[in-house]
Every structure is written in structure tokens, then in C-alpha cells.
Design a protein around this ligand. Structure first.
Ligand code: FE
Ligand code: CA
Length: 533
């Protein structure tokens, strides 16, 4: 996609669809619409909730190519109801799906009642979508006793089945927090789980095809339809290990990275239940190519605030040159010229400033639990020995100064009950976040605990780390497991956070069972992690 096309894409998307009320020319009338029963084959989804709104999503598929080529707009009716039978409809409306956005539909009903379950569906002609269920956030004044949040990441389709999503249907959740790697851009290896025929995702057509593939999975569709999702992303929504403006070192080669990112961002917006506002706010960064605002704050009454971070779009390049690192994805601090450069940032300056504002007011707001949802493992993890430490070049360890600024702010502003949730590493890690993570002082057990961290395993992506080798040199971790795929449940109540790690037996089988791998309780006010299972 050319740059001017992207500008057109943005200006078109920023003018609200809802302003088009009459059947304009070029709109297919419902009776003449040639649709198939595949029209709603990708299901429905909702997400990015506020206390008065939530994004409702679907995408029309299986439209005859003649209809798509003539660029006909397809009228879509949407309904929001109090009940699953739609006897008590609270809002309804009509929108137009267009080829320009691959017939994706984003609806943002306003003035919904706070802290309430709703049901929604879409109708085209005489065809109806699946019924979705969603929930608005609570008002700051609402007395919320319980919040059940699943945190999940990394659903490589090539490497396994999604039984984790199926088991999650039984968890009685309020929302899913997805922390990145919704798709992977690679061609299929076909050796680990299930095969697909797509090659690299690198342009608008191929990114769209990738979302079609992933979203065709019935377990994924079911959990999308059951609860709202809160979205962040990591690298694979664009390219492995990309950093801000810098491409990663994987294929396909010879692609203009700025154009690739624009295409990836458009396909992401189209296919995710995220707000138009995320594009509008992103407009500020248009000069840098293709901003999409992902970082965002969510509030559940006085019980919990969740600040979701974007650890990918604005980050500085990984430390040390390709040659200094000898082409490896590890960094040895004593062999890396810019390891100690305290200006390097994971979040970018604007987001760092935004986060500081959130942390600054946390104490005064007096919310019980203050949660950071971010893409990867936050706490330091030395993968080498005590004498010869080495770190992953793409995570927080490689952006130590940026991490330290957050730790210092949590302390300085006395943020109540800070909890960090993460993903990306395809392994479960439970940690005390220390005041001082110092590469030269790995025996930092004496350093005080600033926060607790639960970094979750993958839905299906395979793990590489042998945790038993690493744990002895990283005493701030209270638990690690790389054997199982699954998800975590963070259950926030006034007096406790109970985090349960759920594992699937074997991702090679769609019917795989699940079990509780471990469970931890954090009593409010203590920053203590008590292992209960
Ligand atoms: Fe991943
Ligand atoms: Ca990566």
C-alpha cells in the first residue's frame, strides 16, 4: 500500500460510518444481496471496553468476488440487547461494510450502562451472526468485589491447537487480556502442530489472509464471543523482533519495512475489536509512518486499574550492533557498547510520560490493585552464569534503564499493590520485581520487592528455555515452568489476588485436557507471593 493510500485509509476510517444513514448509490439492498452461509464464518468479537461503550466486531466473508470487485457496500444491522434472545434490545443501528476495510465491521455503541453484561449480533439480509456476549467496565464509584481476568499470549497456529481457549470458556471471566502475538507472520513448518499453506505475511493481502486463518478456529471464536478482550500486541503482528522503525532480521527480505508495518497495522485494526480512537490518537504519529495507539488504561471501580502497554511500536533498536552480538539474540553486558545508555527506551518517551501520569495518580485514586499489562517478561532473567551473565536482546533486560524508570516511579509514587502481567516468552514465570536489578549484582535477594509479576505461558507457541538451568542464578523468581502451554487467571478481590496457572496437556490435540499447574495468593498490602497449589 502506498503512503497516500494509507492517508486515504485513515481519513476514511476517521469519518464515522454512522453518518451514512440512507442507502447511498453503490449500496447493495438486502434483498438483492448475494450472500452465502459463510458470511459470518469468522464469528464475532468485542473489546476495548469503557464504562459506557465497548467495540463490537465482525467481518463478512464469502462474499461473491463480483460484489467485492464492484466495491459494493453491504448494509449490516447490529443489535445490543439485555438478553440472549434479543427480546430486550437496548440499542440497534445500521452500518455499511466495505471492501476498503475487507468488510470488517466495528461498532461502538455509546451510553451503555456501566458494569453490565450485554448480548450483541449482526444481521445481513436474512442471515444472522453468532450471538456475542460482552461487558462494560464499572464506574469509578461502583463497588466491585471481584474481577476475573485471563491473561494470554502467543497463539502460533502452526505449533498447536487452541484447546486453551476452549478450557477458558469455563473460567467465569470478566475479560481476556491478550498480550501479543495474535498471529505469526512465518510460513508453516508443518512439523509441530497443524499445517497451513500460506507463505510469509508481509503485505495487506497476506496479513489479511493470516487473520482469516487464525480466526477460522472455532475455540478462538468461542472465547471472543463470550467476553470482551483487551488488546496489546508484540512483534509477530508485524515481524519477528522488529523494534520501532527497525525491521527484524527475518524474512521475507527485500520488503520496505515502513510499508510492511502500515499493511500489518491496517490488517490488525480491521480484525481486532479495537476502537476507532486508537487510529485517531495514532494520527499524531503519522509522520513516523503508521501509528496505532494500543496503550490504554482500564478501570474496574475501586478494585483494579489496568494500564496496558505497547512494548513494540516505539522501542529503540535492540542494544549493540548485529556484529557486536555476533548475530546472536543474546547480549553480554561487558561486550556491548550501549548496554549502559540510560536514554534507551522500551516504550518511547510519549508512552513513558503517559505511564508516569497514571502511576502518579494511582495513590490518590486509592484503587486497590494497580496492574501493568505488558508484552514480555519484566523482571531480570540472567540466562548465563553468575560470572558471565547474558540476557535476551529483545526484552526488558536489554532496556534496563527504561525498566528502572518504571520501578522507581512505582516506588516514588507509592503505587498501591502493583502487579505486572506479561507474555511473549512462552513460559510461566512468577517473580518479585526488585528495586535494583543490577547486571553486576545478581544476588539481589536483599533488594526490596517493589511489585509482583506473573508472566504467562503461550496458548500454543513452543518454548525453548530450560528453566531449571536458569532459576538458581535468578533468586527473585519464585516459580518457573516451560513445559506447558496454557493461560493464567488473575482473580482480583479486595483482600487478595489469586493467580492460577492453567496448563493444557498437549497442544498437538484439539481435544486436549487441562489442569491447574500452580496457584499463588498475594494478600493486598503485602507484596508477598504465597504458593497455594
Ligand atoms: Fe510469541
Ligand atoms: Ca520475538
Amino acid at each position: 500500500m502506498q503512503r497516500r493510500d494509507y492517508l486515504a485509509f485513515l481519513s476514511a476510517v476517521v469519518s464515522p460510518f454512522s453518518s451514512v444513514h440512507s442507502w447511498a448509490s453503490g449500496v447493495t439492498s438486502p434483498s438483492s444481496l448475494k450472500v452465502t452461509d459463510k458470511l459470518f464464518s469468522l464469528g464475532v468479537a468485542s473489546g476495548s471496553p469503557t464504562s459506557s461503550s465497548v467495540v463490537l466486531w465482525t467481518r463478512l466473508t464469502g462474499l461473491p468476488s463480483v460484489q467485492k470487485q464492484s466495491n459494493q457496500l453491504v448494509p449490516v444491522i447490529w443489535e445490543v440487547a439485555q438478553d440472549a434472545q434479543f427480546k430486550k434490545i437496548v440499542q440497534q443501528g445500521k452500518t455499511l461494510a466495505s471492501a476498503e476495510f475487507d468488510y470488517c465491521v466495528h461498532i461502538e455503541p455509546q451510553n451503555l450502562k456501566a458494569n453490565t453484561w450485554f448480548f450483541y449480533r449482526f444481521i445481513v439480509g436474512n442471515l444472522q451472526s453468532a450471538v456475542g456476549r460482552t461487558r462494560t467496565l464499572a464506574l469509578a464509584t461502583d463497588d466491585i468485589q471481584s474481577l476475573r481476568l485471563a491473561y494470554a499470549s502467543c497463539q502460533n497456529y502452526d505449533q498447536g491447537f487452541y484447546s486453551a481457549w476452549r478450557h477458558m470458556l469455563q473460567e467465569n471471566l470478566d475479560a481476556v487480556l491478550f498480550l501479543g502475538d495474535y498471529i505469526y507472520e512465518y510460513p508453516s513448518l508443518g512439523t509441530l502442530g497443524r499445517h497451513y499453506v500460506l507463505g510469509w505475511a508481509y503485505d495487506l493481502v497476506s496479513y489479511r489472509e493470516r487473520y482469516t486463518l487464525y480466526k477460522s478456529d472455532p475455540h478462538l471464536q468461542a472465547i471472543h464471543a463470550q467476553v470482551p478482550w483487551i488488546m496489546s500486541w508484540d512483534d509477530h503482528e508485524v515481524q519477528n523482533d522488529y523494534a520501532g522503525e527497525q525491521a527484524g532480521f527475518s524474512g521475507p527480505f527485500g520488503i520496505d519495512f515502513a510499508q510492511r508495518k502500515i499493511a500489518a497495522h491496517q490488517a490488525y485494526y480491521e480484525n481486532m475489536p479495537i476502537s476507532l480512537q486508537s487510529l485517531k490518537l495514532g494520527l499524531k504519529g503519522l509522520a513516523s509512518g503508521a501509528d496505532l495507539r494500543v496503550y490504554q488504561s482500564y478501570q474496574w471501580g475501586q478494585l483494579a486499574q489496568l494500564n496496558v502497554l505497547d512494548c513494540r511500536q516505539y522501542k529503540d533498536p535492540q542494544p549493540c550492533s548485529f556484529f557486536e552480538r555476533k548475530n546472536a539474540s543474546i547480549v553480554k553486558p561487558n561486550q556491548c557498547s550501549d548496554w549502559y545508555d540510560d536514554k534507551r527506551t522500551m516504550l518511547g518517551l510519549a508512552q513513558e510520560k503517559w505511564l508516569e501520569e497514571q502511576l502518579k495518580i494511582a495513590h490518590q485514586k486509592n484503587t486497590i490493585w494497580n496492574v501493568l499489562g505488558q508484552s514480555t517478561l519484566f523482571s531480570q532473567r540472567n540466562n548465563g552464569s553468575v560470572e558471565k551473565p547474558q540476557f535476551f536482546y529483545d526484552g526488558w533486560d536489554a532496556y534496563g534503564a527504561s525498566r528502572q524508570r518504571i520501578i522507581d516511579q512505582i516506588e516514588q509514587y507509592k503505587v498501591p499493590n502493583p502487579v505486572i502481567l506479561g507474555g511473549d516468552v512462552h513460559e510461566n514465570w512468577v517473580a518479585y520485581v526488585k528495586k535494583n536489578f543490577n547486571a553486576n549484582d545478581l544476588n539481589n535477594a536483599s533488594s526490596i520487592n517493589v511489585a509482583v509479576e506473573f508472566c504467562g505461558t503461550s496458548i500454543s507457541s513452543r518454548a525453548k528455555t530450560i528453566v531449571e538451568k536458569i532459576l538458581p542464578n535468578n533468586p527473585h523468581f519464585v516459580y518457573a515452568n516451560s513445559k506447558y502451554r496454557g493461560y493464567g487467571i488473575a482473580h482480583f478481590e479486595a483482600k487478595t489476588l489469586t493467580t492460577t496457572l492453567k496448563a493444557v496437556q498437549d497442544v498437538k490435540y484439539p481435544e486436549s485436557g487441562s489442569f491447574t499447574l500452580a496457584q499463588f495468593v498475594v494478600p493486598a498490602g503485602t507484596k508477598e507471593i504465597i504458593k497455594t497449589i
